[in-house]
Design a protein around this ligand. Structure first.
Ligand SMILES: [Zn+2]
Length: 415
């Protein structure tokens, strides 16, 4: 391979991101240690020292695993690119499939996706059956775990095969000219809109059971809240999250008629009706402020910019050579770009999390104006306790990684 200026920039970006991530992890670890022997102020009545220390140990165990993941995934990325593995896979397939560039490219991309997910598998097994198990959160059986894996592979094949084929087809048409990436952007955007629409009613049920929320004593409260906030009444479901983990959650998903608010059965357990109402009001806040649409819009803008950059890079030999690929091609460009993009988009992660935290505050404020803020506070405390979330995160770590503001900040604002 050729070591050019771009190789240098690439290595520098990797080094910067790895050092930054490890530094943030160390800060977080230190923050947990510093507050280990005392429950943070404001939680002394609601959280026992024992639970607080369990959350601390759980957070530390996750950080330790993350250290390994950061270093391991960096080595894998370097082997893929500068190590020449991608180049070898490329020349392997091009000797087998001779006269169809689009088909060859599609198989190349899928084989790399498959290998990458196999490399990731040991981490996923360790996280589920060792780490989560140790802290008593794991509920998934080996049978369900394997079943999930097979379903995911099958879904990827069914959904991604046509998409990748379509993208490579467009990239290979010579007559389209240098603006092929605009067509690709339209295809990707349409695909993600369709997925947003299809996911809640057709894909999520492949993995979980969804039942309409049918707690009678809750019904009148909820109907009342829905009338006040103008949300369609048939979109509230309970999901059997307990099949996989005892962590609880609630989320808002979908667009158009297929929008849903989903409660994990594990979240509802142990919550009072008024607390559930407050959580629902928070999710309705996301709906009211059109957060899904805003997130989609910003992802469309980002993918437009990314594809424009790819449209330029694909014509530059230094992009391929500098990353260990000897023969430039649309499929190599596509994979190289998707491998390298996270290294550079690392630098915008804190901004997207900042936007996400702003949305959480807006949803909290909405909930506080339509229900009693104290109910949301007590539900948040229960939620943080059940999930063993740290109550004393490091401020830089939190600013960079957290899509949700820390419990302390959310409760402070609600008060
Ligand atoms: Zn939220």
């Amino acid at each position: 391979m050729e070591f050019n200026l771009f190789t240098f920039v690439f290595l520098l970006a990797i080094l910067t991101s790895v050092l930054a991530l490890l530094w943030l992890n160390f800060r977080q670890d230190k923050a947990i240690n510093n507050s280990f022997n005392a429950v943070p102020e404001g939680f002394i009545e609601s959280i026992k020292l024992e639970d607080h220390q369990k959350a601390g140990n759980y957070t530390k165990a996750k950080l330790l695993l993350n250290h390994f993941e950061i270093i391991f995934s960096t080595i894998v990325l370097l082997i893929w690119t500068l190590g020449g593995v991608m180049d070898s896979i490329d020349s392997y397939w091009s000797q087998i499939i001779l006269d169809d560039d689009v088909l060859m490219g599609t198989i190349f991309v899928l084989s790399i996706m498959l290998i990458a997910s196999l490399i990731d598998l040991p981490f996923s097994i360790y996280r589920t059956f060792v780490l989560e198990q140790k802290f008593g959160f794991n509920r998934i059986t080996i049978k369900t775990f394997v079943g999930d894996l097979l379903k995911e592979i099958l879904l990827t094949l069914i959904l991604m095969l046509p998409l990748i084929y379509a993208i490579l087809f467009l990239m290979n048409i010579k007559s389209i000219g240098s603006y092929w990436w605009i067509y690709v952007w339209v295809i990707i955007s349409l695909f993600s809109i369709i997925m947003m629409w299809v996911y809640p009613s057709y894909i999520a049920p492949i993995f979980n059971k969804f039942n309409p929320l049918d707690n009678e004593s809750l019904k009148s409260r909820i109907t009342n809240l829905l009338n006040r906030t103008g949300f369609g009444s048939d979109g509230i479901y309970v999901m059997d999250g307990s099949k996989r983990s005892s962590h609880g959650n609630a989320y808002f998903t979908g667009i158009g008629k297929n929008k849903r608010i989903v409660f994990f059965d594990t979240l509802l357990k142990g919550m009072e009706d008024k607390e559930i109402e407050a959580i629902l009001a928070h999710e309705l806040g996301h709906f009211h402020h059109r957060h899904t649409q805003k997130r989609m819009l910003s992802s469309f803008i980002l993918s437009f910019i990314s594809l424009a950059i790819l449209g330029y890079l694909i014509t530059q030999p230094w992009f391929f050579n500098g990353l260990g690929v000897t023969k430039s091609s649309p499929h190599a460009a596509l994979i190289l770009f998707s491998l390298v993009l996270p290294v550079f988009s690392f630098f915008i992660t804190p901004f997207s999390n900042l936007a996400s935290r702003k949305h959480e505050f807006q949803a909290d404020a909405f909930a506080a104006s339509h229900t009693d803020a104290n109910d949301l506070i007590s539900s948040l405390i229960k939620l943080y306790k059940e999930n063993s979330s740290s109550l004393s995160p490091d401020k830089y770590y939190s600013a960079f990684h957290d899509s949700h503001p820390s419990a302390v900040l959310r409760i402070e604002r609600l008060q």
